[in-house]
Write a protein that binds this ligand. Sequence first.
Ligand SMILES: Cc1cc2nc3c(=O)[nH]c(=O)nc-3n(C[C@H](O)[C@H](O)[C@H](O)COP(=O)(O)O)c2cc1C
Length: 188
Amino acid sequence: MKQNWKPGTLIYPLPAIMVSVGSEVSEHNILTVAWVGTICSDPALCYISVRPERHSHAILKKNREFVLNLTTEKLARATDWCGVRSGKDYNKFDEMGLSAGKSTIVQAPYIVESPLSIECRVKEILPLGSHDMFIAEVVNILADEKFINPATGAFEMAKAQLLVYSHGGYYGMGDFIGKFGWSVQKKK
Ligand SMILES: Cc1cc2nc3c(=O)[nH]c(=O)nc-3n(C[C@H](O)[C@H](O)[C@H](O)COP(=O)(O)O)c2cc1C
């Protein structure tokens, strides 16, 4: 038997992403978001939903640019901390010992310690209620060479030990189950 629950946000698991913002050093900040995702493959479009009261919101609205930094088990503490402390009180890069790298296309910095950083330019801001949705185009990707297989050129995500967020908790990735399409592949 299933119970009926009142409507809520229970689509899990999700990534917990560190979003870096700010066009100049004095403005640099990081906020953690779980309301993040891909909304179109071509052009590559994604979204983040941010509450207007966040310190980062005004910076995002002014600059219309941000960087999505994938997080790892190693970055779990920084990911949580950047999601419970505000940039109006702390320099989160300094507090968490993270380095701000100069992005290729956007003014917002990327987080050097992240294995993959996705530079985004905002196309549209949709006020939805508690959150404003920033719909953005991916304009560049910065992939850490450490995770690129020199023979194939492929980015080996599994080696990055990415962080998973589910219903208030952080987890590792767990066991590999199968490749895309494995369910219909003929057994040899
Ligand atoms: C795992 C996690 C996920 C979060 N997801 C969001 C989110 O999707 N949108 C949002 O506005 N805040 C989210 N937050 C809260 C902000 O990260 C938090 O309020 C942060 O302190 C804002 O930083 P700022 O004031 O420096 O902008 C999340 C926090 C955590 C820990």
